[in-house]
Design a binder for this molecule. Structure first.
Ligand SMILES: Nc1ncnc2c1ncn2[C@@H]1O[C@H](COP(=O)(O)OP(=O)(O)OP(=O)(O)O)[C@@H](O)[C@H]1O
Length: 374
């Protein structure tokens, strides 16, 4: 398939972008604003209407935009309304108020086929498709382009093959969907959504069933797809670490208050991330960019030691909830690392009591049994 055949979906965008930059740059002598939103909301209210016509409002006054080629991660505590927002933005669920514009047109005016050509959604629920080969499942993504009989044209076959290739699932092409692992199935579902050639792709917790390396791989894949195809990608995740590492933009939906948007680093620096999860029993550490449980945050430990051993001892102590100070003098609890790498020892002193440990695990067990949470 030639790039231009993919309706601005593939590399043709890059060519336009490059020439666009040089033109605008020479005219205005400033770096142009490349942002081009494909989906926008104005004063959107999400929620549910009961059978007795009672409104249950979940989120209000959401004015948001998804930009071509960007990955947005939607994060927030359980039950705050992430799935409700994704389903509302996908047109699967009606808004209680406000507007959603897709390509500058009200989403409620799209026919189902038109909508599917512009927007695809990948949900968390397992699909029960029986003994369906992967190629056939991905080919279902072509339904907005095929006739009533669903017959694939050569171009459709090319797009399906491209989508399978793009998610790195070529070796799965002839396998049956119900025989795939969770991670493999997730890739195939993304290929199906890609085969729709959407301008916007929405994914509800795409990393839910994956181990850490597969989670990073999945987010890296989505990022590459967003860049290569110009698709705007919005996904919800509970994986804050991966979101911080891969999102172009975070949307943080807190329990109370308004949705915050920004680059992950902007939201760390403004304290919005910390604020959103503040009452959830975790604290965001701005220095290390990670969350830890609120356990013994007020208990200080002084750590003495160098290099990798000190670094990983510090991480372990912080994971346990201690506030670690790197300084020779005096908290009530002191840990000193000494010895050769192959015979390293952790010397623990709690006031006038001392013990010696040969692993971090032993050190933590002793601390857990000796120092009670404040
Ligand atoms: N069909 C429904 N009718 C009424 N209320 C609903 C319905 N579905 C969800 N809710 C409620 O809407 C609120 C938001 O739910 P939602 O599933 O969007 O949250 P979430 O942030 O995706 O949660 P989680 O992180 O646990 O997946 C919750 O209070 C939930 O109970």
């Amino acid at each position: 398939m030639q790039p231009e055949e993919l309706q601005g979906f593939l590399i043709s965008k890059d060519v336009a972008t490059v020439s666009g930059i040089s033109k605008t740059y020479s005219r205005n002598n400033r770096i142009p604003d490349m942002n081009s939103s494909v989906l926008e909301t104005t004063h959107l209210t999400t929620g549910y209407m009961s059978q007795r016509r009672e409104r249950k409002v979940v989120s209000t006054d959401l004015s948001l935009a998804l930009i071509q080629g960007e990955v947005v991660c939607l994060i927030g505590p359980n039950g705050v309304g992430k799935s409700t927002l994704l389903r509302t933005l996908s047109g699967l669920h009606p808004p209680l108020g406000g507007h959603i514009l897709l390509n500058s047109r009200d989403i409620t005016t799209f026919t189902p086929k038109e909508l599917a050509r512009n927007l695809s959604i990948v949900l968390t629920e397992r699909v029960h498709v029986g003994a369906l080969p992967v190629f056939t499942l991905v080919a279902l993504g072509r339904f907005p382009y095929t006739d009533w009989a669903g017959k694939l044209r050569p171009k459709d076959v090319e797009v399906v093959t491209w989508a399978i290739n793009a998610v790195g699932a070529v070796d799965l092409t002839n396998r049956l969907v119900h025989e795939l692992s969770d991670g493999e199935r997730q890739k195939v579902m993304i290929a199906r959504a890609l085969a729709q050639q959407p301008k916007v792709m929405i994914l509800d917790e795409p990393t839910a069933f994956l181990d850490l390396p597969r989670r990073i791989e999945m987010l890296t894949l989505l990022r590459r797809l967003a860049r290569d195809t110009g698709t705007a990608i919005l996904l919800s995740t509970h994986d804050l670490d991966v979101a911080l590492r891969t999102a172009d933009l975070l949307w943080i939906l807190p329990k109370d208050g308004t949705l915050q948007t920004g680059a992950p680093e902007d939201l760390v620096l403004s304290g919005a991330l910390e604020q959103a999860f503040k009452n959830d029993g975790v604290t965001f550490d701005q220095q290390h960019g990670s969350f830890s449980m609120n356990t013994r945050r007020d208990t200080q430990i002084t750590l003495q030691g160098d290099g990798l051993y000190a670094l990983w001892t510090r991480k372990a102590l912080e994971r346990e909830g201690f506030a670690v100070r790197i300084s020779p003098n005096g908290s009530r609890i002191q840990v000193k690392i000494h010895g050769q790498p192959e015979a390293t020892r952790w010397h623990l002193q709690i006031q006038d009591q001392c013990s010696e440990h040969s692993t971090i695990y032993e050190l933590l067990s002793t601390l857990r049994n000796t120092v009670k949470p404040l």
